[in-house]
Design a protein around this ligand. Structure first.
Ligand SMILES: [Zn+2]
Length: 339
């Protein structure tokens, strides 16, 4: 597609979710565990959200040292450069790292060292530290404290993912208040497997500026209108929603397909949406595939270009840098005859 060559930004991207089956084998081997490809393939073959979380837990159990994180960061950055991604916000599952009593600061340093290295000079990265909701409010608070401390290493936001149905949202308010007070941006997974109220609570109780997924909004037209007016961003990851069964759950249809995805409708309603892969290594996708999938749903090229541009608008970049990325993007789209 013509848009493949345009500079891109990706905002909803879990570093650990970029681990491909072959990398899982490599990581396990580093720690003396021999995995057979068919065993890994079976693990990567999940059909619902809990299955996905189990698999995520299993794969990340082979991330034991900062150098393991460096390895997966290098692979992810190579992938991003290949797709002409010039800005990426990488979500790091800090909640998992702390729960395993690993050194979070050394890990973020190792990740940063790779992102700052020569081969990736054209790729700008920032980090989001993510709490796992199912671990509860106190561990989430611990992640928020660390996110504040690690801002000099490129951490720009605090977020929460994991099991959306665990614990009432209000319980996490102290963690999010603390992060905001420390000057961090706020993101939160909501409306992925939960309902529209989950999205509403993430915005109103936690102060989320961007919502991870938010596809449940399709079930509440009035709320969709409010969102469009308030310009809260929904980070949409269609392949993820298919793979985890989140879309099937929202549309109450076991054989839900891409055609059932609300993204084209969200665009029509004027909701600020961005496109991402979520966990590309686990869902066998990449950003180019996601844009091509959206095009296959009948979204026109001008709308695709707008969708791409939206990722730069919604980025947690300082205003002057954001302006520069937007100018460069428009210049590239213009010279490709896409404006
Ligand atoms: Zn996610």
């Amino acid at each position: 597609m013509a848009i493949d060559a345009l500079p891109k930004a990706e905002l909803h991207l879990h570093l650990e979710g970029s681990i491909r089956p072959d990398t899982a084998i490599k990581l396990a081997a580093r720690h003396g565990v021999t995995l057979k490809p068919e065993e890994v393939a079976a693990r990567y073959n999940f059909s619902n959200f809990n299955g996905f979380l189990e698999m995520f837990k299993w794969v990340t159990s082979f991330l034991r040292t900062p150098d393991d994180y460096a390895l997966i960061t290098r692979q992810l950055c190579e992938e991003l450069v290949r797709q002409n991604v010039v800005y990426a916000e990488l979500t790091i599952s800090a909640g998992v790292i702390l729960r395993r009593t690993q050194n979070l600061e050394a890990t973020v340093k190792a990740i940063r060292e790779v992102t700052q290295s020569v081969p990736f000079v054209r790729l700008r990265t920032a980090f989001i530290l993510d709490a796992a909701r199912q671990f509860g409010p106190d561990p989430a608070k611990e992640v928020a404290v660390w996110a504040g401390k690690l801002q000099p290493l490129g951490v720009v936001a605090f977020g929460m993912g994991g099991d959306e149905l665990a614990y009432p949202t209000i319980n996490f308010r102290p963690a999010f208040d603390l992060a905001r007070h420390d000057g961090l941006h706020i993101v939160c997974h909501a409306g992925e497997i939960g309902g529209p109220d989950s999205v509403r609570e993430a915005i109103e109780l936690l102060g989320a500026e961007r919502i991870g997924h938010g596809i449940a909004v399709m079930r509440d037209a009035a709320f969709a209108e409010t969102l469009a007016t308030r310009r809260v961003v929904l980070e949409i990851c269609p392949t993820s929603n298919l793979c985890t069964g989140a879309l099937a759950r929202q549309v109450e249809k076991a054989d839900a397909s891409l055609r059932d995805h609300p993204l084209p409708d969200f665009i029509k309603r004027g909701i600020a949406v961005t496109l991402s892969t979520d966990d590309p290594g686990m869902f066998h996708t990449d950003l180019l595939t996601e844009y091509s999938n959206v095009a296959s749903l009948g979204v026109s090229t001008p709308h695709l270009v707008k969708l791409m541009e939206q990722s730069f608008h919604a980025a947690f970049l300082p205003p002057d840098e954001k302006r520069k990325y937007l100018v460069d993007f428009r210049a590239a789209a213009d010279s490709a005859g896409l404006l």
